[in-house]
Design a protein around this ligand. Structure first.
Ligand code: HEM
Length: 376
């Protein structure tokens, strides 16, 4: 297989932008109408989630060994869309048809063969993991909302009770869907370590016009049912036994709360420093719970930060990363970052400028090729 040719051809196709998913979906839905019901009712105006990732992942086939754990999670997670084995050839054909359309005369039999083989390899890993998961877990978990607290104008904290135990590692995310927005799935990170009673807290921020976040913050009520997908992601799970520095922006706090609960349950011997950023003090929607935690956990320090108003007692002025860098040089700690894409990018830049080595920094990238998500 000529992987360079594969990657080059994807680059050329991807340059056609939004035309590519448009063509792909028209082909898929026309040739396999039964797949239409897996996707959101309205796909207009929504960022393409599948096609770009599909092309990138398949043309990355030379890294397939390295990508196996990711593809296995992706395959298990795809069960929530009600994807079944017969859908894989349908998507593969639509992908090849799309490539042929955009590459025109450059679409040669050898290239077609390479794409078909690469897709087959990736699809096989996903399908096998999905089949294996089907022997032990449901395709999705129905979860009843047992509490819905509107903490600020745009943040709600939901507590849900899944019907079956949903086992996850603190820092992992699960996709969430509400019947108010059928088939619109978005990732959120549980804000607690697994509990004996199985309940899960989600911190949800209204993202301008986001259909699901609007439903979860403004529409959903106690008693409603949500659907949850299989847990995914490993970038924000606790690593080696080093001390930790956590930088949170807004609801990016959720994974850190879960990890801190895990550390507390394990009787940790590390120290943890959590800097939580928000524009104004009133946006610190979870401060009482964090404050309570610091009283119980002498190894934990929490510093609330505000970027759009002056400091006040107990609240520092500046972005979480700037305040953290004023507090110390963090030469030994593992550094975790979670927040909006802008917050993550800005923090990574500042950490690099401060000389913190890449390999000690862990974060979620919100790229669509990653199924690990967060709460931007
Ligand atoms: C090699 C095979 C495949 C790869 C690499 C792949 C990859 C992905 C990725 C990375 C996403 C975005 C993550 C997410 O939003 O959860 C996604 C979404 C999705 N995929 Fe797949 N996928 C594959 C096969 C399939 C198949 C066979 C189907 C069945 C029709 C399917 C249906 C979907 C649906 C419904 C979505 C959500 C789209 C949306 O929300 O707009 N995928 N896929």
């Amino acid at each position: 297989m000529d992987v360079t040719r594969l990657k080059d051809s994807w680059k050329k196709v991807a340059a056609y932008g939004d035309e590519v998913p448009l063509f792909f979906y028209s082909t898929l839905f026309l040739t396999h109408p039964e797949t239409r019901k897996l996707f959101p009712v309205s796909m207009a105006g929504q960022r393409d989630r599948l096609v770009g990732a599909l092309g990138r992942i398949v043309s990355d086939v030379d890294r397939v060994d390295e990508l196996v754990p990711f593809l296995q999670q992706l395959g298990r997670d795809h069960r929530k869309f009600a994807v079944v084995a017969e859908h894989y050839p349908a998507v593969g054909q639509a992908l090849l048809h799309t490539l042929a359309h955009f590459l025109g005369p450059e679409w040669k039999p050898e290239l077609a063969e390479d794409w078909s083989e690469a897709y087959g390899l990736v699809a096989k890993v996903m399908q096998e993991a999905a089949d294996e998961a089907a022997t032990t877990t449901p395709p999705w978990w129905e979860a009843r909302v047992i509490r819905h607290e509107r903490r600020t104008a745009d943040v709600a904290v939901l507590c849900v009770q899944p019907e079956y135990e949903l086992d996850f590692t603190p820092g992992q995310s699960v996709a969430v869907e509400s019947r108010l927005r059928p088939n619109v799935w978005r990732y959120f990170t549980p804000a607690n370590a697994p509990r004996r009673n199985g309940t899960i807290d989600f911190h949800v921020r209204l993202v301008g016009g986001g259909p699901l976040s609007t439903a979860l913050v403004q529409g959903v009520q106690p008693g409603d049912t949500l659907r949850l997908g299989a847990p995914v992601g490993n970038r924000l799970t606790l690593g080696e036994r080093r001390d930790v520095l956590m930088l949170a922006g807004g609801t990016g706090l959720a994974p850190f709360k879960a990890m801190l609960e895990q550390m507390r349950a394990e009787g940790t011997e590390r120290r943890a420093h959590l800097f939580v950023g928000a524009p104004y003090a009133r946006d610190h929607y979870d401060y009482p719970a964090l404050h309570e935690m610091t009283r119980e956990c002498p190894w934990l320090r929490v510093v609330p930060c505000v970027s759009r108003e002056p400091a006040r007692p107990g609240v520092e002025a500046g972005d979480a990363v700037d305040v953290a860098l004023r507090y110390g040089s963090w030469s030994q700690e593992d550094v975790y970052v979670c927040g909006s894409p802008e917050m993550v990018t800005g923090s990574l830049r500042r950490l690099a400028a401060a000389g913190i080595a890449d390999e000690r920094i862990r974060y979620e990238d919100f790229d669509s090729s990653s199924t690990s998500g967060g709460n931007p």
